[in-house]
Design a protein around this ligand. Structure first.
Ligand code: ACM
Length: 550
């Protein structure tokens, strides 16, 4: 008798354990059954239509590369009964992209509103699979109904401060896909490097994509490494990335910075500056390598006074650049930067002062607004919309602009009150270049943003009147790479914070519960190991998490 009781207890423990659902982001509704479905070499994925076929291939590739299991793919029509994973879509254009996932002992069904919904169902299957590579591929019987809370779920990667090869950009896109996010914001130009090939202006990459050195350590640095740093993406590579992202239902939003953060472009084409004949200045406390005469790509981090002159030459240049950008990126939105543009050059430029008078502008902030509005008008005339950092509010918002609120929530609140669309990226919560623990073991830019803090972020600000809440499209984490020069560190800075953000963006507000997330996060750590992610262990640091010391 005692043996039977023991056996029942063991079975129960095994069963309960097997039926735990640990998906991140948490689905809207989960009903757990008893028993499981097993994927094996005889399993077939049955896909109805081209969109479903894409997801079928994605899952088959995943099973092969992670578990070494090959499954077949069958196009619809053939009547498959048992041991199948059936994918179908209703072809509805739904922004919240619902899907249902039903796992029985015999088969698996994913029904999506559209192709993206099916793809999100696949991501849920991936997180129902074992975290152990060598385990049989059990999927618990379950009924999931799920949809996204926010339409915009983004991640930004800065490839200007440090260049990353396209193989890693693809991996970054894979991270976005695993967490049911849908936008990759690609920060392609800045003071320290211009990374996109523009055929009409070859010097942008011949000159602007390399710098002669980089400060060592935290700003102002302990010298200069004297190494050439650089690289750029050819237009073919960019097309390849856009296609790779689209196959994962991810839109790539390119950012071409203006009017500030433009030293690399000015190094290539000095006429873009108000003072083409002046040599580039670098911060006094920083060490420089190589020639100091003429215009140079910056080697230290910060904000620089030499910015685009608001001349016809510059506007023609930017329109030409945007023509090529629009050919490469089908995204409705083009990000035009707009942040951190010092006004000193414009103040001492006779041309700029005359332009302010001629256009009846109030001051240099008015001039920045004029600059952004001209570019907006051009992009709008081509059917595109602009996104800009929250400084574009200063001096008057361009009529159709979407504001990315980074200096806290205020910019987002103000823009939404003015009935403009908003994407929230406030530094304190979603700047993933911040330190994750007080014991950080490598140099970071500063700040202190734990996984708990990210999880507690609410994209709709409390102070925003209810009737304006719908202007908040969603949120995004930003990964600025001044102190991130390799892929392993990118992963370290992303995980586990990106998992927390995915839940903020996807799951219903009422479902957000740290204790529940924490249980699933502990399993997610094992999944990171399955995926070979170099994640931060800061969660286990007693300073962040006094309970973990027990
Ligand atoms: C920013 O962090 N300068 C947008």
């Amino acid at each position: 008798m005692r043996k039977i009781v023991l056996l029942v207890l063991v079975m129960n423990t095994l069963l309960t354990h097997a039926q735990e659902i640990n998906i991140i982001p948490k689905p809207v509704s989960v009903t757990v059954g008893v028993g499981s479905f097993t994927i094996n070499a005889n399993t077939k994925i049955v896909a109805k239509g081209t969109e479903c076929l894409k997801s079928a291939h994605f899952l088959a590739d995943y099973l092969r590369s992670v578990y070494g299991v090959s499954v077949g793919i069958v196009e619809s029509g053939s009547n498959q009964s048992g041991n199948t994973i059936n994918l179908s879509e209703a072809r509805k254009d739904e922004t919240h992209t619902r899907y249902s996932l039903t796992v029985s002992g015999k088969n698996v069904q994913i029904k999506g509103d559209n192709g993206a919904g099916v793809f999100y169902g696949i991501q849920s299957i991936i997180q129902l699979l074992p975290v152990d590579k060598s385990s049989p591929l059990f999927i618990p019987q379950v009924n999931i109904l799920d949809s996204a809370r926010f339409a915009y779920r983004g991640m930004m990667l800065d490839v200007s401060r440090h260049f990353f090869p396209i193989s890693f950009v693809k991996q970054f896109i894979d991270f976005i896909a695993l967490y049911k996010m849908n936008t990759f914001h690609w920060h392609l130009t800045d003071d320290q490097g211009w990374r996109i090939e523009i055929k009409k202006y070859p010097k942008l990459t011949e000159i602007g994509s390399h710098r002669n050195g980089t400060i060592i350590g935290r700003y102002p640095g302990k010298g200069n490494d004297g190494q050439t740093e650089g690289g750029f993406y050819t237009q073919d590579q960019i097309r390849e990335i856009v296609k790779y992202a689209a196959a994962r239902y991810i839109t790539v939003v390119p950012e071409i910075e203006m009017p500030g953060h433009s030293s690399a472009a000015i190094a290539a084409y000095p006429q873009l500056s108000c003072f083409p004949e002046e040599s580039t200045k670098h911060p006094e406390k920083t060490a420089w390598n190589g020639p100091t005469e003429g215009k140079q790509v910056q080697q230290a981090w910060g904000v620089f006074e030499d910015v685009y002159a608001p001349t016809e030459y510059t506007f023609h240049f930017l329109q030409d650049v945007m023509d090529e950008v629009m050919q490469l990126f089908p995204s409705k939105y083009i990000h035009v930067g707009g942040d951190e543009c010092p006004k000193e050059s414009w103040k001492r430029s006779a041309f700029c002062q005359q332009l302010i008078k001629d256009k009846g502008l109030k001051d240099e902030h008015g001039l920045q607004s004029y600059f952004i509005q001209r570019i907006e008008k051009y992009l709008n005339s081509k059917g595109r919309r602009i996104i800009g950092w929250d400084e574009i509010l200063e001096g008057g918002l361009a009529p159709n602009a979407t504001v990315m609120s980074w200096r806290g929530e205020e910019g987002g609140i103000e823009a939404a009150k003015q009935k403009h669309q908003v994407i929230m990226t406030p530094g304190a919560w979603v700047y993933f270049d911040h330190t994750q623990t007080k014991h950080e073991d490598s140099v970071t830019i500063g700040g202190y943003t734990t996984v708990q803090k990210v999880y507690g972020y609410e994209p709709v600000p409390k102070l925003l009147p209810e009737e304006n809440a719908h202007y908040v499209l969603g949120a995004q984490a930003n990964l600025w790479t001044e102190y991130i020069s390799n892929a392993a560190k990118v992963e370290y800075m992303l995980f586990p914070r990106m998992s927390a953000l995915s839940e903020v963006l996807w799951s219903a507000k009422s479902q957000r519960n740290w204790d529940d997330f924490e249980k699933r996060l502990l399993v997610q750590f094992k999944r990171y190991e399955l995926w070979n992610f170099n994640y931060s262990k800061a969660y286990f640091d007693p300073i962040n998490n006094p309970d973990s010391a027990k």
